[in-house]
Design a protein around this ligand. Structure first.
Ligand code: NAD
Ligand code: NAG
Ligand code: NAG
Length: 348
């Protein structure tokens, strides 16, 4: 008996007459062929992607992978467990704040990972969505208004039958200010979107998920009737001067997430939060402009502590991976995605 990397001993012992060097060579050759043809097919697939297409907006930060077209390819290769082949996220995704920024990146990642439908919920006007493909539904709704969110969920379900993955990314910038001279009005406005918006969205998403059956999961795993990912921030675990409203709202998002995860688990629903580090979105751009050069300088120091600039797709992909049933035991978690920003205590 012999073993080697990537081959089990039974497979080798079936061919005692073949010197092992040939076997190794043929595997390298096969690997190279598969890699090259894979890249080639991927590029063709990208050009004719059946996923939601909006090349300019959706793929501006992206790679060229569009996995829907990979399904037949992957099913040809040997898969010991069928549920590990095929798309990562084949269900229906529902994203608040999905018209731009990080929410939009989450939508793109879902589309790339094979989502059957992607629903964007936002207060942007119709033109901003630039939607138009049948797999992508754009709904105008304000996350701070219960009736609008109830309707948004109902509309998505009327069209696609269910919501498998929800991601709550709607956000506004609020004005910063020291606690000692904070305006209650600004505070409440931030809390309304950043925290009430999340609990309202979670409420209506949960109600739908509690009614539906599980998506396909690997044998031996618990069912998954739904997954919700709430967007928090590194300010959910730390604070900075002048950020009371923002920091309070993001701590609240994690609190809501923890409670909802305990309430959801009896219904096979997982609820998690992700806490992005520093990404130069439109929201940030608007906020920094209010502070002029000082804002810009501050941003540079944040990025230095983060080690580098971050791409929107790095948040999008994390939200999608957190939503798959392979993460079945991850519930009530706050995943910090900041390249080590929060753990970097260096000042140099
Ligand atoms: N950019 C960062 O560095 C960063 C860091 C940590 C956390 N976040 C969080 O990420 C989330 C997304 O922010 P972004 O940076 O992508 O901002 P963004 O402004 O680019 O996108 C936010 C989207 O939410 C929508 N929105 C705002 N209010 C809404 C409402 N009431 N109802 C429905 N939609 C609404 C906006 O129209 C916009 O499309 C926010 O929760 C934000 O706090 C961002
Ligand atoms: C919450 O409000 C703060 C401003 O106080 C803003 O910077 C942040 O991006 C907002 N996030 C949301 C609405 O999720
Ligand atoms: C840690 O943050 C500092 C800025 O606060 C930065 O200069 C340094 O490069 C960061 N460390 C690493 C390892 O990225």
């Amino acid at each position: 008996m012999r073993t080697s990397i990537g081959l089990n001993s039974n497979a080798l012992s079936r061919y005692p007459h073949i010197p092992s060097v040939y076997i190794y060579f043929s595997f390298i050759a096969w690997g190279a062929y598969f890699y090259i043809s894979n890249r080639y097919i991927l590029n063709i697939c990208y050009a004719y992607s059946p996923a939601i297409e909006n090349p300019r907006r959706y793929f501006q930060h992206g790679t060229t992978l569009t996995p829907k077209c990979l399904i037949p390819l992957l099913s040809l290769s040997h898969q010991p467990n069928a549920k590990r082949s095929g798309p990562v996220a084949p269900g229906v995704a529902f994203i608040t704040g999905g018209a731009r920024g990080l929410g939009n990146a989450v939508a793109v990642s879902f589309a790339k990972e094979g989502a059957r439908a992607v629903v964007l919920v936002d207060i942007q006007d119709a033109a901003t969505f630039e939607a138009g493909k049948k797999e992508c539904l754009a709904i105008h709704a304000d996350v701070t208004k219960e009736d609008e969110m109830e309707k948004a969920v109902a509309e998505a379900v009327a069209k696609f039958g269910r919501i498998d993955y929800a991601a709550n990314f709607a956000g506004v910038t609020g004005r910063a200010g020291l606690v000692s001279d904070m305006s209650l009005d600004e505070y409440q406005k931030t809390m309304a979107v950043n925290s009430s918006g999340v609990i309202i969205s979670t409420k209506w998403e949960l109600r739908q998920m509690m009614k539906q059956s599980s998506i396909d999961v690997e044998e031996g795993r618990v069912p998954q009737s739904g997954s919700i990912v709430n967007c928090a921030s590194v300010n959910s675990v730390q604070a900075n001067v002048g950020s009371a409203a923002y920091t309070a709202s993001k701590h609240a998002v994690v609190g809501i997430t923890k409670v909802a995860s305990l309430e959801g688990r009896n219904h096979n629903i997982r609820v998690n939060a992700i806490s992005p580090g520093f990404l130069y979105t439109k929201m940030i751009d608007e906020a920094l402009k209010r502070h002029g050069d000082l804002g810009e300088a501050h941003w540079k120091t944040y990025e230095a502590r983060q080690g580098r600039q971050a791409a929107f797709s790095e948040i999008g992909d994390a939200a999608v991976l957190l939503s798959t049933p392979r993460m079945s035991l991850v519930n009530g978690h706050n995943l910090v995605i900041d390249n080590g920003f929060t753990i970097n205590e260096s000042n140099t």
